[in-house]
Ligand binder design. Structure first.
Ligand code: HEM
Length: 452
């Protein structure tokens, strides 16, 4: 449907009141119910049962057929549009922080509960001072962080412990995997001195739980202060080999507020637990892909940093199939012009990543495990895969996270066979739109096929 013309001017297509309600019911409410900042287990299980993401994608496909390529305005008191075209996603993510600011009202309300001065919710001026801290400390442009030797040693040590426990029971379950991963995160980020500081992780989880309620929950200021004092204590040690060491070398101004920046690292590393566990489920159910991954692992010394491109693509596929940041939000800081008409200042823009990652009307591999998708050259007109966002606010931790998760998976699969203990994923069937990571369980035993 073309946008109606008013006195010769074009307007962005407007969803009807009913279609707006359907977007709220099928896209927005399920996102909020699962918890945007920390996931609620029961709600994630329910979302899998309802195949919530597939239903949301189907609705947005229908709305694209009805209203065209958008951006589609919703009929709400808050000005809000949903993006339906790859080119629009590229434009919005590339043209930041002005006129498309990552610091939306909703994100500010949520993240302020634990990191009010973080780069993601900073003004354009503050962002200019804070973003270089992340890029330098995280070595964001390098596939392998310049200090990744220490992370490699840590991952092997922690996986030794995990595999010892797993070998005793023959089972790998979420709680043990997640506890191990969070220890890895504290050691890699803050050093061995933080290995046992579960209080730090627990305080952050408690603050994130309030962040799920955004405007609707009062800030727990005392807890937030305690968390940042603890975190600052770890940063002050600047332990060699940890990211805190590199943070201490990164450029700062009085306005950088390092603990406010590093809180995001600890928070964001959590998503890697989900991505890694789901990637393991994919490999456990796709023998041909597992064979290729093992050929890569067997050919290198995992004791030193390795790029492991195939395993990286597997982790990226896990994030394409089940993005851990499904809603990428922007807010306009000025009126902008589109093919269909103007968009006013102060409009909230939703990129719903699963719609683009799983759009089977444009992507034949949409519901298949297809790591080779990540080897293709992409263009502006190409389908956007945005698990790490794009443009100036693209995740500066993407390489660190892809390397650490790939290595943990490599270590698990090098000399163990892993079977998924239920039929939720099959290599000869479409993959589900939603996958509850908390309930994945694996049988683990010695590897039967010898290394090549
Ligand atoms: C699977 C793991 C991760 C995923 C999927 C992920 C995804 C994302 C996404 C989508 C954004 C941008 C949000 C937006 O455009 O509004 C982002 C931003 C960010 N991420 Fe990650 N991230 C992950 C892990 C990490 C890790 C481990 C770190 C640090 C060690 C990190 C640091 C950051 C920072 C500092 C930002 C803010 C960037 C800015 O605003 O300029 N992330 N991440």
């Amino acid at each position: 449907m073309t946008a109606p013309s008013v006195a010769g001017t074009r307007r962005l297509p407007h969803a009807s009141a009913l279609d707006t309600a359907r977007v709220l019911g099928r896209v927005v409410v399920p996102l909020l119910a699962r918890g945007v900042i920390v996931r609620r287990r029961a709600a994630v299980a329910m979302a899998e049962r309802a195949d919530a993401d597939a239903r949301a994608v189907a609705l947005l496909q229908e709305l694209r057929r009805t209203y065209g390529a958008g951006p589609l305005r919703l009929r709400l008191p808050r000005r809000m549009v949903v993006l339906l075209s790859p080119q629009h996603v590229h434009r919005v993510l590339a043209d930041g922080p002005e006129p498309f600011s990552p610091a939306t009202r909703e994100k500010r309300a949520a993240l302020s509960h634990f990191e009010p001065d973080n780069v993601l919710i900073s003004s354009a001026e503050d962002r200019a001072e804070r973003r270089p801290f992340h890029d330098v400390a995280l070595d964001s442009g390098s596939a392998l962080h310049r200090g990744s030797d220490a992370a490699v040693a840590t991952i092997h040590e922690e996986l030794d412990g995990l595999l010892e426990r797993v070998d005793a029971t023959g089972r790998l379950e979420w709680d043990d995997y997640a506890r191990t991963w969070l220890r890895i995160v504290r050691r890699v980020t803050l050093g061995d001195g933080a290995a046992d500081d579960e209080q730090l992780t627990d305080d952050l989880v408690a603050l994130r739980a309030t962040a799920n309620w955004a405007f609707l929950h009062p800030t727990r200021r005392r807890l937030r202060r305690r968390f940042h004092e603890r975190l600052q204590g770890h940063l002050d040690r600047a332990e060699p080999g940890s990211l805190a060491f590199w943070a201490a070398q990164a450029p700062t101004t009085p306005n950088t507020r390092p603990s406010q920046q590093v809180a995001q690292w600890l928070f964001a590393f959590d998503a890697a637990t989900w991505a890694g566990f789901r990637a393991l489920a994919l490999l456990a159910t796709h023998p041909e892909q597992l064979r290729l991954v093992r050929a890569e692992i067997d050919a290198v010394d995992l004791g030193v940093p390795q790029p492991l491109p195939r395993l990286r693509a597997v982790v990226l596929e896990s994030l394409r199939l089940w993005p851990t940041t499904p809603a990428v939000l922007r807010e306009t800081t000025a009126r902008t012009q589109w093919e269909e008409g103007p968009m006013p200042e102060g409009t909230s823009i939703l990129t719903y990543a699963p719609f683009f990652h799983r759009d089977d009307e444009n992507l034949p591999e949409a519901h298949r495990f297809a790591p080779d998708l990540w080897a293709r050259q992409r263009t502006e007109d190409d389908w956007p895969f945005v698990p790490f966002s794009a443009g100036p606010a693209q995740c500066p931790g993407r390489n660190v996270v892809l390397h650490t998760v790939s290595l943990a998976l490599a270590r698990l699969l090098r000399d163990r066979d892993v079977d998924l203990l239920d039929g939720r994923l099959r290599h000869d069937e479409d993959l589900p739109g939603t996958l509850d990571m908390f309930t994945l369980r694996f049988a683990v035993g010695p590897r039967e096929t010898a290394a090549a």
